[in-house]
Design a protein around this ligand. Structure first.
Ligand code: HEM
Length: 162
């Protein structure tokens, strides 16, 4: 049922035009890659801070606020360009194992970030005044680091297979 719908999407004139375009598709894919640095790249910096592997002297809350200012628009670009790349070849991409794993990882990363937001973010200011970063927050940072690297690996491998 879903695959039939994706087959319909992929056979639309707009999708065919996008797939065969000399500039539009490469520009969108290039933006998908470029926005990595503004989104995942910044989140990894924050994870390194939580893991006390970088920026130890800087308050956690300041790093988070500076990072999120750019990471949120960066993720918006990642998702919009990703959806357009998907639309252009929906059926082929949906059948791709690496794409399926990538989407699962994105859902798990969303849950991971939500747990951080609900459980640890409210007490973040305490860490700025020297109390230790809770183990749970560091586990969330470690999971984030590993899963984002896996998402990028899946994206890169699937791009080869398509
Ligand atoms: C923040 C989340 C995301 C990250 C970090 C990410 C990362 C990547 C990377 C590294 C590539 C390989 C690009 C290349 O080297 O050619 C890629 C390709 C791709 N991504 Fe994403 N992506 C994200 C979200 C999405 C979403 C939400 C979708 C669609 C629903 C999507 C659909 C695609 C498609 C279809 C390709 C293959 C393009 C092609 O070569 O034909 N991505 N992604």
């Amino acid at each position: 049922m879903l695959l039939e719908f994706f087959h319909y999407l992929q056979s639309t004139q707009l999708a065919i035009g996008l797939r065969q375009s000399d500039y539009a598709f490469p520009l969108i894919e290039g933006s998908h890659i470029m926005a990595l640095s503004l989104s995942v790249g910044l989140i990894l910096l924050f994870d390194l801070r939580l893991l006390r592997l970088a920026f130890q002297g800087d308050p956690v809350s300041r790093i988070m606020h500076q990072v999120m200012k750019w990471a949120l628009p960066g993720f918006l670009v990642m998702f919009v360009t990703g959806l357009i790349l998907f639309f252009a070849q929906a059926e082929t991409v949906a059948k791709n194992r690496y794409f399926q794993v990538k989407m699962l990882l994105l859902v798990l990363l969303g849950i991971n970030a939500l747990v951080y937001q609900l459980k640890f973010y409210p007490r973040m200011a305490d860490w700025d005044t020297g109390s230790a970063i809770p183990t749970g927050a560091r586990v969330i940072a470690a999971v984030s680091l590993m899963f984002w690297i896996a998402v990028i690996a899946c994206g890169r491998i699937m791009a080869y297979e398509l």
